[in-house]
Ligand binder design. Structure first.
Ligand code: SAM
Length: 233
């Protein structure tokens, strides 16, 4: 059975799609997408030998060699332009996912939807999507085994008006997540708030408290988090 996290990713794969799952590891996601009638064909991309072999084995074990092509290579290198219409990239840092997307833009030709699950630094992805003509159509935040994950679903299209107001907060917290403010969201940002408070206290103990830019930044972030969590009186 797929993890709650990957199931949430899979729930945004449209029926009849041709999928590329980049950094697929065991290829659980493309196997699930084919077995559940979401995708008709898929590519599982892996850059590392160990995970590549796991993917080959899992695809064979599931009897899906006809439907899933397991390929070894870096990022989008494993697909051709117009080969797939949906790309999933999950379980990596936001910066790495962004770098994979920006490395070779021709590979995004024909891609209609990106489903991205950054473990950290989702704001870097939101910013890249926004500046490169991808609009955010949905976001998910969920907790599994004590960890909190974010999923960004994006479609090629006109410029995204979600960011025209309150840009910074939207990029950091996510425009959908921040208006929904579910339990996982509150937990994440309460934790991030505490973390910053702690750093701030440690810095106050030091001698360079005044005039410190880092402290000003921390104070700004703390205030922003308090505003979003509605802790203002
Ligand atoms: N996508 C799966 C998931 O969400 O459960 C696996 C996540 S695993 C933590 C990250 C995988 O990405 C690893 O198997 C790693 O080898 C692969 N990876 C890292 N950088 C990559 C790149 N540039 N191109 C392709 N795969 C990459």
């Amino acid at each position: 059975l797929l993890s709650k996290r990957l199931q949430a990713v899979a729930s945004y794969i449209p029926k009849g799609s041709v999928l590329a799952d980049i950094g697929s590891d065991h290829a659980y996601l493309p196997c699930y997408a084919i077995l559940n009638g979401l995708s008709k064909e898929a590519v599982a991309g892996e850059v590392n030998e160990g995970p590549f072999r796991s993917a080959v084995q899992q695809v064979k074990k599931s009897g899906l060699q006809e439907e899933i092509s397991v390929r070894k290579g870096n990022g989008l290198e494993v697909i051709s332009p117009n080969e797939v219409n949906v790309i999933t990239i999950a379980g990596m840092g936001g910066q790495l996912i962004r770098d994979i997307l920006k490395e070779d833009q021709t590979k995004l030709e024909g891609v209609e939807r990106l489903i991205l699950q950054p473990n950290v630094a989702a704001h870097l992805l939101r910013e890249w999507l926004w500046k490169n003509g991808w609009r955010l159509i949905a976001e998910v935040i969920l907790e599994e085994d004590g960890k909190i994950y974010e999923i960004l679903v994006s479609e090629k299209g006109q410029s995204d008006s979600l960011y025209t107001e309150d840009t910074q907060a939207n990029l950091i917290f996510g425009p959908y997540l921040k208006s929904e403010r579910n339990e996982a969201f509150q937990r994440k940002w309460t934790y991030e708030h505490n973390k910053r408070k702690h750093v701030l206290n440690e810095m106050k103990k030091g001698s360079k408290y005044e005039n410190n830019e880092k402290i000003q930044d921390l104070l700004k972030e703390i205030k922003l988090i308090e505003e979003v969590l509605n802790w203002q009186d």
